[in-house]
Ligand binder design. Structure first.
Ligand code: H2P
Length: 834
């Protein structure tokens, strides 16, 4: 059987064999980059070369498996899922790939005999930071699970030349620098010139008379872009499958440019090339959506168009021509998932291709689109729901706009009118086009109208999508809106990032927990066992010691591993409320200054977050945190009871170091605002106890671990709504709570920014004049009480150890394999290809 062979092929590769493969790449592929004399062995140049040679050796093995998987997938003729996402936050690949192939130990041995430490070499790899935060990391976890579960899957995205910016701090301010993840190439990528796509853009639509007298729309494109695919193999854990993540790089179509060249305008031809390259040049940081941003719009279209063409040609290669007659088979073999609204144009592009290039009737094309597409919503925040201006559509994609109008017309006239006859208000609300001074296309509406399923990412979020975001759509199609709670891959987020804990778990759990995470629940009875508690907490301590060193290296700050490591790591956004955490830190500091002998367990508050470069207040929160940290960390009066650390350049590889060392997980968003969260799952899995609101997946985490093993505080979704209806007055809290008042007034002084009073005032203003849109002041007291209770709990070592163990033991539900199986059963209807 082919699968057995593939599975075992990795397992039988010995350390000796691996060593030979690594040496081969050092000698042949990398030429003379390595200096062999012992004295030079550990130079940065050598380490890079050994990392590269090891990655190349591994990738060879992986590519063999990739080919075998393709053969197997073709043989089994299984349906494929095509995951369209503008973001993939892959992180580093070496360690994870080695774990998934069960080659970590033998590679470690091979490298040891060459004088290198594998863990140390893994640090050499650049993060593939092709995403902003949770959304992109979710896509990466899903790819891991799809390959692990042997599903035939392809991820599609953009081959950004620069991923998310690199962050550093200068006098506390965030500085952004370009990310150069592949300045000198990447050993993991394979260029696939044979699958290059040509993508028309701009121009105009012409009505052409047919012989039967009817009119057909013909798009005369103004320009061609070339999409060159790069594949990154995605290795399943202990499975037969290697899938691919296909990332499109944009280049100018050289054939097209020849015309210009022949006319003698050599420089113009090169100018076009440069213009085209900007399309895949840089990942947009998460920011307020800008309806007129042409480059971002073209990015979305470009990757959708390349992907749709590729999906069709892969289908045709395997199953024969796509025609109206075979369209049912297409829907049986192809599913397309839209990760947020970013890839919505794929719907219009599929329609266009079917109508204009495959001669489909409108009815057939529309039915097919409905069968293949489904859409995941990740946010309720209105500013994040994309709307593109109609004029931009008209300019860039005139043909797509005519298709969109027709979809809208049919929807309004048939479906809306049938349900709400002659109801103009309802038509206006549900129309894909938002009327107004600037007419806009509501991308989420198009997704919901087309897709056969729409899912939210945690139960409460999906309920709110039904109730608050799309109530009318839910009325129209009660079966369409559904939930798939997010998940995380336990391979990266425990096995690979926390080797000490992984080893302990493997000693006590019979099953392969990295695949079947539910089996960790068998640890529950050990939560009270003194000897197990000791081992578990000793590992946490060791991980904290390691993080202590990292903190010192990155920031120069000394922290003690005896302190509570309290962690908030996520994108910086007001709704995630890093500033609630900060306000509480100020309160603790004040209490300590008032009474330096205050009995309290020392605390280290650890932050990691990037702020979108255009998001002023977010950047000011970073600045304030750094300034407050500086003051607190150097204040000898408080005897090291409080430390604040903002780690620069938060990214996947840094998260992998912080998470195993965390005692406390801060999940403190305003209820109803965080769709799910996934950091909450990663931290709990590694034995951190959550302090959080009843928001997103926190609610489901609480259900799993029980109320005794989590600290819940704050307003509920309903209470937030009620407060909004009643009218929220933040001044009330400022005026009636002395601590809040003192802390906010402190921000107006120059205490944290000597000689520069007022530099931190914008945060206070956002709470008061700004109306405190995320109810920080309303939740402060209850947060502070929960923090107090948490501090007391930590001092009871047995109680804390029990809580930590139960958090690890009871995270089975949040395995991304479970999320994928939910998608498979309810949305994609796949079968494994092995
Ligand atoms: C978003 C949501 C999270 C969610 C994640 C994945 C957009 O991520 O806000 O609540 O867990 O998608 O579904 P983020 O804020 O981290 O960018």
């Amino acid at each position: 059987m082919i699968n057995k062979n593939i599975k075992s092929s990795a397992a039988i590769i010995s350390a000796t064999d691996l060593k030979k493969r690594i040496q081969h790449h050092l000698n042949s592929t990398l030429g003379d980059r390595v200096i062999c004399e012992d004295a030079y062995k550990n130079t940065p140049q050598n380490k890079q070369a050994y990392w590269q040679a090891t990655s190349l050796a591994l990738n060879e093995i992986i590519i063999d498996k990739l080919q075998a998987s393709k053969v197997q997938q073709a043989k089994s003729a299984t349906k494929s899922i095509n995951y369209l996402s503008l973001e993939y936050l892959m992180g580093r690949l070496l360690s994870n790939n080695l774990h998934n192939l069960n080659l970590y130990k033998s590679t470690e041995k091979a490298l040891k005999s060459l004088g290198f430490d594998l863990a140390d070499l893994c640090e050499e790899g650049a993060d593939l930071a092709l995403g902003n935060g949770g959304l992109g990391r979710l896509a990466a976890c899903f790819l891991d699970s799809l390959a692990t579960l042997d599903y035939n899957a392809m991820g599609y995205g953009i081959h950004y030349q620069h991923g998310l910016f690199k962050q550093s701090f200068k006098d506390g301010h965030q500085i952004e620098q370009p990310d150069m993840w592949r300045e000198f190439g990447s050993p993991w990528e394979i260029c696939r010139p044979e699958a290059t796509q040509l993508i028309p853009v701009y121009g105009y639509v012409e009505q052409q008379a047919q012989t039967d007298g009817s009119l057909t729309s013909v798009w005369r494109a103004g320009k061609m872009l070339k999409g060159v695919p790069w594949d990154i193999p995605i290795v399943g854990y202990n499975s037969s499958t290697v899938n691919a993540l296909r990332l499109w790089e944009c280049r100018a179509d050289s054939a097209f440019d020849w015309d210009t060249l022949n006319q003698g305008d050599y420089l113009q031809a090169h100018h076009d090339q440069v213009n085209a390259e900007t399309v895949s040049k840089v990942l947009y940081p998460n920011d307020e959506h800008d309806a007129g941003n042409e480059l971002r719009f073209i990015q979305q279209y470009f990757f959708c168009a390349c992907s749709i063409k590729d999906i069709i040609s892969r289908y045709q290669l395997q199953f024969g021509p796509l025609t109206q007659a075979t369209s049912r088979n297409f829907a049986d073999k192809v599913a397309i998932q839209l990760n947020d609204t970013h890839p919505t144009i794929a719907i219009l592009e599929l329609m266009r291709v079917l109508l204009d290039e495959y001669d489909f009737s409108w009815q057939n094309a529309w039915q097919l689109a409905g069968k293949v597409f489904s859409y995941t919503n990740h946010t309720l925040l209105p500013e994040a729901l994309e709307k593109w201006s109609v004029s931009l559509f008209e300019h860039v994609l005139p043909r797509h706009l005519t298709i969109l109008y027709r979809i809208n017309e049919a929807f309004l006239n048939d479906e809306v009118n049938a349900m709400w006859p002659n109801n103009e208000a309802m038509r206006a609300r549900l129309s894909i086009i938002e009327e107004g001074e600037q007419r806009k296309v509501r991308m989420a509406h198009l997704c919901v109208i087309t897709s056969h399923k729409v899912n939210g990412v945690a139960q409460i979020h999906s309920d709110l999508v039904k109730k608050d975001l799309f109530p009318e759509f839910n009325q129209l199609w009660p079966e369409k809106l559904t939930n798939v709670t997010n998940g995380i891959t336990p391979r990266r987020w425990l096995k690979s990032c926390n080797p000490l804990l992984s080893e302990l778990l493997s000693k006590h759990v019979d099953d392969d927990w990295a695949k079947n995470l539910n089996s960790l629940s068998s640890l529950s009875p050990l939560a009270d066992n003194a000897s197990f508690q000791k081992k578990f907490m000793a590992i946490k301590h060791q991980n904290k010691v390691a993080l202590t060193t990292e903190i010192k290296t990155l920031t120069g700050i000394d922290v003690s591993p005896e302190a509570i490591f309290d962690v908030q790591i996520k994108r910086l956004h007001e709704y995630k409320r890093q500033h609630l955490n900060l306000l509480h830190i100020l309160a603790l500091y004040r209490r300590l200054l008032a009474d330096p002998d205050l009995p309290m367990q020392p605390r280290v508050f650890i932050f990691g977050a990037k702020a979108a470069p255009g998001y002023q207040l977010a950047k000011e929160i970073i600045y304030a945190t750094n300034k407050i940290a500086e003051k607190i960390n150097n204040d000898t009066r408080i005897q090291d009871k409080l430390k604040v650390v903002f780690l620069p350049n938060y990214r996947v590889s840094l998260a992998e170091k912080i998470i195993p060392a965390a005692d406390v997980s801060e999940q403190i968003s305003t209820a109803g605002k965080e769709a799910s969260g996934t950091g909450n799952m990663k931290l709990a899995l590694n034995g951190a106890v959550t302090i959080g609101t009843l928001d997103g997946a926190n609610i489901e985490i609480a259900e799993e671990v029980g109320d005794d093993n989590i600290f819940i505080f704050g307003l509920t979704v309903d209470e937030v709504k009620a407060l909004d209806i009643k009218g929220y007055n933040p001044y009330h809290f400022y005026e009636t709570n002395n601590e809040i008042k003192a802390c906010l007034d402190w921000l107006d002084t120059d205490y944290f920014t000597p000689g520069r009073a007022g530099e931190l005032s914008s945060i206070k203003q956002s709470f008061l004049e700004g109306g405190d849109p995320y109810k920080v002041l309303a939740d402060f007291e209850s947060y502070s009480d929960a923090q107090q209770a948490l501090g007391v709990a930590y001092q009871d070592k047995k109680r804390w150890a029990k809580m930590a163990i139960l958090n690890t033991a009871l995270m089975g539900k949040f395995n991304s394999d479970r999320s994928i199986e939910d998608y498979v059963k309810n949305i994609w209807f796949l079968t494994p290809s092995v």
